[in-house]
Design a protein around this ligand. Structure first.
Ligand code: FAD
Length: 442
């Protein structure tokens, strides 16, 4: 049994490890076009911000350690084509010749690439995206000599970087073409609170503004031309979204879904026999709506990879789907969501209603009680939970997991109201904000 894996980060390495564990006799080979495997891309903003000392700290397992587990690792090897009819791939080693490699099972764990709008002309120094360790190193080198940063895009990566770049002493302008920041994450009322947090920490937020062109001098960026005039900056961070890497899937005749990501079943099998896909390049089922979605996040990638690994090695595993959970922090504000926002529920024409509760994250009489805002969204009539959004002190918003667990099992507001939540004054009020929200929504 020869298992080939394309891509050596979250999904690819999870799959390799599981496949080898499930079937130690299988030959497992990982092809990674870059220099790094098995690292946490999620930590990149924190290296830039200085909370994490070095990019090396993000590496979970070195190639040597992985090789010692019997997995073959081929760095700087790009897979450039798949021939599904004779079950082989074409591999190009950096600086070497292309060769064919046969497979019994193939996993595409190729991830996503950052969207680079037309105006983000390649070759202009000081213009960055952030996807992998080399991107992080390049951004770090620019930041060292920069004074003014322009972040384009108010999604979670842009917002994490706003904090990181302020921590490095740069002035930061954040340009977002939507009406507010975190537009695809939160409802408008909650977006506003996130923007206020940025502004409180000196970030100049420009919403409803579109970047049209870069300005540069001697090959270095000097700013951006926008629909609202010229902005000056010596480092420009482009964080306007990602696209699934599906070129290989296409070359193998693998079907894509309506989201543009690879269509897979719960075993991570694609439409082409013996070819699997996992991670950011793949769709998953949103359990609340039962629709196929493309939500490229870390736990999903790791979990899909494990499932694919077991199945490729002859076992039987299923990916359960997602409920749409996400969490991040910007400055002193933690932001968490799961399921659907009211806005998303409305767009799907669900009969949804939301309640908002503002409270403190623990007993008001105990030191450092901080505000917390919870929006709970449920289906009118049935009381089925549809989603939640929580803003507050970063340590307090992980409560979202209670709602995620209930969404996973299609729980109702009534179920939430009855959960025996842990209580002591340093952690919550006796009636935790989630219970208060459930009570109001009942
Ligand atoms: P990737 O990590 O993209 O890995 C794919 C690999 O495939 C790449 O190394 C690529 O070089 C390789 N590859 C592609 N094509 C080929 C080819 N043809 N031949 C050989 N190799 C190939 N998620 C969260 O859940 N929480 C967070 O807080 C969070 N923060 C993030 C912050 C940042 C800055 C970034 C960039 C991502 C963050 N994520 C976060 C997302 C998370 O990192 C991804 O979901 C996860 O890395 C996806 O893993 P993957 O293996 O599917 O894809």
């Amino acid at each position: 049994m020869r298992i080939l894996i394309v891509g050596g980060v979250a999904a690819g390495m999870s799959a390799a490890t599981r496949a080898k564990r499930h079937n130690p006799q299988a030959e497992v080979v990982v092809f990674e076009r870059g220099d790094y495997i098995s690292y946490g891309a999620c930590g990149l903003p924190y290296v830039i911000g200085g909370e994490v000392e070095s990019f090396g700290d993000l590496i979970a397992r070195t190639p040597e350690r992985i090789r010692s587990e019997g997995i073959r690792v081929r760095l700087r090897h790009e897979v450039s084509g798949v021939d599904a009819s004779d079950q082989s791939v074409t591999v190009q080693e950096a600086g070497g010749r292309a060769r064919r490699e046969p497979y019994d099972r193939l996993l595409l764990a190729t991830g996503v690439s950052p969207v680079r709008p037309d105006w983000a002309t390649p070759g202009v120094a000081g213009v960055h995206v952030l996807r992998d360790i080399p991107d992080g190193q390049a951004l770090e080198a620019s930041v060292k000599s920069a004074r003014r940063a322009i972040i384009v895009g108010g999604g979670y990566i842009g917002l994490e970087l706003a904090e990181a770049l302020r921590a490095r002493g740069l002035s930061v302008v954040l340009v977002e073409r939507g009406l507010d920041v975190a537009g695809r994450i939160l409802d408008p009322e909650y977006q506003r609170r996130v923007r206020q947090e940025l502004e409180r920490h000196g970030v100049d937020v420009r919403c409803g503004v579109e970047v049209q062109a870069l300005t540069a001098s001697h090959g270095r960026v000097t700013g951006v031309q926008t629909s609202a005039g010229l902005l000056r900056g010596d480092v420009v961070m482009v964080a306007v979204g990602v696209r699934p890497n599906v070129a290989l899937a296409r070359s193998a005749g693998v079907k894509l879904g309506h989201t543009g990501a690879i269509r897979v079943n719960t075993k991570q099998e694609t439409s082409t026999e013996h070819i699997y896909a996992a991670g950011d390049n793949s769709e998953s089922v949103q359990r609340v709506t039962r629709r196929k979605v493309h939500v490229p996040l870390g736990l999903t990638a790791n979990r899909m990879g494990r499932v694919a690994g077991v199945n490729m090695a002859g076992g039987a595993a299923h990916f359960p789907g997602i409920v749409g959970s996400g969490i991040f922090k910007t400055f002193g504000l933690g932001v968490a969501r799961t399921g659907l926002s009211q806005h998303e529920a409305d767009a799907l024409k669900l009969d949804a209603v939301s309640v908002d509760v503002e409270s403190t994250d623990h007993a008001g009489y105990y030191a450092d009680a901080a505000p917390i805002w919870v929006r709970l969204t449920a289906e009118r009539g049935t009381g089925r939970l549809l989603g939640a959004q929580i803003l507050g002190h970063p340590g307090s918003v992980k409560r979202i997991d209670v709602i995620a667990a209930l969404l996973h099992s299609r729980g109702k507001v009534h179920d939430l109201a009855e959960v025996d939540l842990a209580y002591a004054p340093p952690f919550s009020s006796v009636w935790d904000v989630l219970l208060v929200a459930a009570g109001q929504a009942s």
